[in-house]
Design a protein. Structure first.
Length: 281
């Protein structure tokens, strides 16, 4: 049964510098794959190279080998440690749902931060240049549009942590997407959307007790989306902090980042309901 999800709309006041936004990730680990969310038997996959200017990026693409013809695609944007096993697993599970799972590469081929400091530096660079970030993300959208199995008119994007911030930037940029889903992503931006700019439906899945994405950011994105005239929804999961989908974050909410099994499962189901609507033919 489809859930009724609390909805509303907003125009964002710039509330955080790039350095402040990187605090979202302090103390967190790269996303743990966790339990398999969707079972699959005949998922095909490939590594696909695409370009942003002179930078080579490497996507992971997954699809159900039993399905014929073009179908909707869902981009998966990684956390601050770069594309890895978590994103590839989500791509396979999206393929099991009948989509093309397209795990994008924001940092570029072979760039995978190994330490917290490396990851912080990488995200700070991108948060500090939103225009370049949007260009890099659009390169992934274009690569998906050009894939032989993708229905280019039905493409959505999901993202986790840093990736959650990224998909919101895509929406703000006016990208030709039918929907975006942010899982515990930062909500601030230095380039808020103006009226009429957001074409994609927006779903924000937020930890209600996330100390790094507080009521001020929620209020600001509410205002931004409202004034932009966006079709948007926000779900706040009680007793949940940052990284609530990541088993590697542990279970101590006092650290500001912790796994919450209920929020993880509920947010995945909310995403599925949202995508069914956003990617309907």
């Amino acid at each position: 049964m489809n859930r009724k999800i609390l909805a509303a709309s907003a125009m964002l006041v710039v509330l955080a510098t790039a350095s402040a936004l990187t605090l979202l990730h302090d103390g967190t680990q790269a996303q743990d794959v966790g339990a398999v969310k969707e079972r699959y038997t005949d998922i095909k996959s490939q590594t696909l190279t695409y370009m942003d200017g002179e930078t080579e990026c490497e996507a992971f693409v997954a699809w159900d080998g039993n399905v014929k013809g073009r179908r909707p695609a869902v981009l998966v944007v990684h956390d601050w440690k770069g594309r890895g096993s978590f994103d590839e697993q989500r791509a396979r599970e999206l393929a099991a749902l009948g989509y093309i799972g397209f795990s994008v590469d924001v940092y570029g081929k072979g760039v995978r931060p190994q330490t917290t400091e490396e990851a912080r530096k990488a995200t700070s660079t991108w948060y500090g240049d939103r225009a370049a970030l949007r260009t890099r993300l659009q390169a992934a959208v274009t690569a998906a549009q050009e894939h032989e199995l993708v229905d280019r008119l039905r493409i959505a994007a999901i993202g986790y942590c840093f990736g959650g911030s990224c998909v919101l930037e895509l929406a703000r940029s006016g990208a030709e997407l039918t929907g975006v889903v942010s899982f515990h992503g930062g909500l601030g931006t230095s380039m808020p959307a103006k009226a009429g700019e957001i074409k994609a439906r927006v779903l924000i899945l937020h930890g209600a007790n996330d100390p790094n994405v507080g009521a001020d950011q929620v209020s600001a994105v509410w205002k931004e989306m409202t004034e932009a005239g966006a079709d948007w929804q926000l779900v706040a999961y009680g007793n949940s902090v940052h990284s609530f989908t990541n088993p590697a974050a542990g279970n101590d909410n006092s650290k500001g980042a912790a796994y919450n099994e209920n929020a993880d499962k509920r947010s995945w189901e909310a995403m599925k309901d949202f995508l069914r609507e956003a990617l309907a033919s």
